[in-house]
Design a protein around this ligand. Structure first.
Ligand SMILES: C[S@@+](CC[C@H](N)C(=O)[O-])C[C@H]1O[C@@H](n2cnc3c(N)ncnc32)[C@H](O)[C@@H]1O
Length: 220
């Protein structure tokens, strides 16, 4: 009985603390500049500003390109690219639904990225080879940093599988990773395949967040 009460009290404390954290997160979000801008401009997510900033600085995307966005939902990146580059063709992949209106230049595959063979079959059937592969993919977070970083690394590794067969020569690759011990390994692996690779942290990426982007130019 005593043990049951102790477990109940601990669970209650965790619940109250996580509720407090949720409140804190919500308050912070309301103050966040990019969140407010996204709301004001009727954008689906503040992530829109990350790709906008990266693209404006590094001139990643051009019109008439075919672009693969892995982990694309709710659709902020697709929204930015499809509106700015109306002649681009975009393929988005995610396990969750898109939340942006249908657009003639966006095809969406609701599938787990780890189904490499199935996705490859689709790309081959449609004869798709990409000018850019971009990914803002993120695992469901547990709050345990080591676990979240390991899951992020696994997702990034799975994304890199698409480089060899489906990215054009001289094509670019952009990926988000939760920074940890494995980030350098990922960076070095990507570096082998490209002429130039850099780390970037856009302003729209929260300073306290562990996320970092790896941007690779010109596939060898
Ligand atoms: C930060 S969100 C991407 C936001 C997006 N760039 C935007 O602008 O709206 C990360 C996405 O990765 C997706 N994701 C996580 N694991 C995945 C997997 N195994 N396969 C496909 N998508 C995955 C999540 O469902 C989530 O929608």
């Amino acid at each position: 009985m005593l043990l049951q009460i102790a477990v109940y009290v601990i669970c209650l404390q965790i619940h109250i603390r996580s509720k407090g954290k949720m409140k804190e997160w919500y308050k912070k979000r309301q103050k966040d500049h990019f969140y407010r801008e996204a709301k004001k401009n009727n954008l689906i997510s503040r992530a829109y500003y990350k790709i906008k900033e990266i693209n404006e600085k590094h001139k990643l995307i051009k019109n008439n390109q075919i672009i693969l966005d892995i982990g694309c939902s709710p659709g902020g990146w697709l929204q930015y690219i499809s509106q700015k580059y109306t002649n681009s063709k975009l393929i988005g992949i995610d396990i969750l639904d898109l939340k942006i209106p249908k657009s003639k230049n966006i095809d969406f595959l609701k599938i787990d990225l780890n189904n490499f063979n199935e996705i490859s079959k689709y790309f081959k059937e449609k004869k798709l080879i990409f000018d850019n592969i971009i990914s803002d993919i993120a695992p469901n977070t547990s709050g345990i940093q080591l676990v979240d970083q390991a899951n992020s690394f696994q997702l990034c590794e799975a994304c890199t599988l698409f480089i060899d067969k489906f990215l054009k020569q001289k094509g670019n690759f952009l990926i988000k990773n939760f920074q940890g011990e494995d980030t350098n390994i990922l960076f070095e692996n990507i570096k082998k395949k490209f002429e130039k690779v850099i780390y970037i942290k856009p302003k729209a990426s929260e300073k306290t967040s562990k996320e970092i982007y790896i941007l690779a130019f010109f596939k060898k």
